[in-house]
Write a protein that binds this ligand. Sequence first.
Ligand SMILES: [Zn+2]
Length: 92
Amino acid sequence: MSAVRVTGHPGGAGDFVVASASVPGRAWCVTWVSEGAAWCPCPGFGWRRWCRHARAAQEAVVAEARALTAAGTTGSRQAAADALAALEEMFS
Ligand SMILES: [Zn+2]
């Protein structure tokens, strides 16, 4: 099951469209606020205050955050490489 972000920024709060597993063609709009805090209009959520759609949205946010962290690491690695290149140029 995958969640598709429709509002908000990657890694943050927003709305997600999650396809229903039981009803083909049906989708739920999940509002994800923070870890463990989400809202879904499906019946299951009404019972347990959590559902597979909320979990799918949360997994999507975690994946986004992970991708952002990886991108950030690559960025700082590049900055470090640039700084090193500049130093080498200075001493050559
Ligand atoms: Zn749900």
